[in-house]
Design a protein around this ligand. Sequence first.
Ligand SMILES: *Cc1c(COP(=O)(O)O)cnc(C)c1O
Length: 330
Amino acid sequence: MSVLDLLAGFPRVRMGHLPTPLEPMNNLGRRLGCDLWVKRDDCTGVGFGGNKVRQLEFYLGRAQALGATQVLITGAVQSNFVRVAAAMAARLGIGCHIQLEERVPDVSALYRTNGNVLLDHLLGATLHAYPEGEDEAGADAALAGIAEDLHARGEVPFIVPLAADQPPTGALGYVDAAGELMVQQGVFDEIFIATGSALSLCGLLFGLRALGCDTPVTGVCVRRGAGAQTARVQQRLDDLAGLLGMENPVSFADTRIDDQALLPGYGRLNPQVRDAIRVAAQTEGVFLDPVYTGKVMAALMAETERLRGKRVLFWHTGGQPALFGYGDQL
Ligand SMILES: *Cc1c(COP(=O)(O)O)cnc(C)c1O
């Protein structure tokens, strides 16, 4: 039985515009001296799309199976996850409570009101504030408190968890994406994708290896340094193996984590990221985002020598609405 058959055992709401396009980036590739392609997961369709649509198809499948009337989710102020959750909840006719964490220091008025925050309001989500940005367990505990209040009022709350002590349900969407890529592709020499919660990278890497594809996948850090992120990825791969009920097909040496574009930290720009965003727009007409995909492209562009002549896949995970929250820094 293939890993893709195992996915059928998990409830799922199918809303994404899938499969997403796999497109060449000929102009940028020529400039970098490689055969560059992009997987357009910014085009997953629901509520401005992005990688979280694939993840939330499985979380909301569970929510629906449990009869949830409210979905609760936590994220940074410019979180794409919470915006997509609110959009998908609206489609399902259930409510959405969003908790916004203070993860980024010294932010502007635009950051607090525009981009994803504007969309959260338009989607009719109920917004809550959480004063910490680096306390995942605390953020989940605060969500649990909101869930208790909702329960006391007769609602059926469903929490989309943040911390790594919960099953990596969202990674199932990227196991599915690995199968999708294998149907679409010739063979790539290298794949680059952002890694924050680690669920997208883990699902993709797990799926590719379980399906017999050994293309190196580099996870580009957006949230924490390479040491901590490597540990998280390895833990989540084991958790995913447990969730699927199969052996983890990914060896220890096979987790490639690159944090060269991370500084000065989560949700904060640096000159290489600004440059990557401009170059992608001006050579390909493709918008990258300031928090995730701009950092991935910056890391990829820094590896030009090593990638010369190779067939390289840049995995676009979306996030463009945040551009409008960072307008004064771009
Ligand atoms: C959340 C997010 C990521 C990171 O994905 P994880 O599965 O959390 O590692 C990458 N890109 C965008 C645009 C995101 O919103």
